[in-house]
Unconditional design. Structure first.
Length: 354
């Protein structure tokens, strides 16, 4: 999961680029361009990106020139660069993702050099260009180190991409040296904007509440004394997906080979909804919970056994036992709920006497 940081802060303190992302597995930093491009010598504003790190709240278009004048051709590619998980921004490591179209959400993927027909250093790209593949944050062939194109004069900017896989050859859009980036604003990329119904990003929040797991009303004829025995089995983990505008408890899940956890819910009329969540997100949620004492139990169930004694004045009428529930909520940027994941902390118990 990612946190956001303003680009202006890194311009003021470049050393902060070397700081690690937040504690815990599968964490990263999204860079937010919070300042408009400035005029160059009071002549014009530029939408060219000429330096690192790359912003994640702008629509980026990569382009390169091929051939010589007057036959030169320009080739354009829409691409979303997301910093690689668990790496500082100074590493300049990025995933390259298709932001639009039929390949939306899939990754630009390197081919293997031993599978290509020619050396990628020649004037032609790898002839066996790999088609877009489902994005997997652990796939080195979908990770790239982006550097500035070092040459004597680089006024117009330019970048170089190298695959993080030792035998990887970047796809056609990335393998050439000196490709350039332009940026523009688009609602799909804005964070915290409620307007678009389909956005690039999702928001994850953590909620807390107390949930009643046991209740007992006093029967004066049978309940003698002030002790109550609590013995109840608690479902320690509950996932719900939105189906028809309502949350439905997940009744099935599985993990595919690409590191996606699929949750399925079926309502009472047989309608089915499947939602895929990256395994990296699920692992991070469980890490957050386990570090504060959450226990999953056998087959996701934990038995709570305890004896509570009333110590107040007079007679008690009703007793309730509550467990702390922490709920991760995954929403679209327009606020609509997609999936929720609850963790019940059976080591955090609160009792109430009336």
């Amino acid at each position: 999961m990612y946190v956001t940081r303003p680009l202006s802060g890194y311009k003021k303190s470049p050393a902060d680029l070397s700081l690690p992302p937040p504690e815990g597995p599968n964490s990263g930093i999204l860079v937010i361009q919070d300042e408009e491009p400035k005029c160059c010598m009071n002549l014009f504003k530029t939408d060219m990106i000429k330096d690192l790190p790359l912003p994640q709240n702008r629509s980026l278009e990569l382009y390169y020139a091929q051939g010589f004048h007057p036959m030169r051709e320009l080739h354009f590619f829409k691409v979303l660069f997301i910093p690689v998980l668990n790496q500082p921004l100074s590493s300049n490591q990025y995933y390259a993702i298709y932001p639009f179209g039929k390949d939306r959400g899939e990754g630009y993927t390197s081919s293997k050099e031993d599978e290509t027909d020619m050396d990628p250093c020649c004037f032609s790209s790898c002839s066996n260009d790999v088609k877009p593949q489902r994005f997997d944050p652990k796939n080195l062939y979908q990770q790239y180190q982006i550097d500035l194109h070092r040459k004597l004069v680089n006024i117009s900017g330019g970048f170089v991409a190298n695959s993080m896989a030792t035998d990887g050859c970047p796809p056609d859009a990335l393998w050439r040296r000196g490709w350039k980036l332009t940026c523009s604003t688009a609602q799909e990329f804005e964070l915290g904007t409620p307007k678009p119904s389909r956005t690039i990003y999702y928001e994850m929040t953590l909620e807390q509440r107390w949930e009643q797991i046991f209740v007992k009303e006093r029967n004066k004829e049978h309940d003698i004394g002030n002790a109550v025995n609590v013995d109840v089995v608690v479902q320690s983990e509950v996932v719900a997906v939105v189906l028809g505008g309502r949350e439905g408890v997940c009744d099935e899940k599985h993990v595919d080979d690409d590191g996606v956890v699929w949750f399925k819910s079926v309502n009472n009329v047989g309608e089915e909804r499947r939602v895929g969540v990256s395994l990296a997100i699920v692992e991070r949620m469980k890490w957050e919970q386990e570090r504060v004492g959450w226990v999953g139990g056998d087959e996701g169930k934990v038995r709570v056994e305890r004896v509570e004694v009333y110590g107040g004045m007079g007679e008690w009428k009703k007793f309730g036992c509550f467990v702390l529930v922490e709920r991760f909520v995954l929403k679209r940027m327009n606020g609509s709920l997609l999936v929720s994941h609850e963790f019940k902390h059976t080591h955090q118990i609160k009792c109430k006497w009336e």
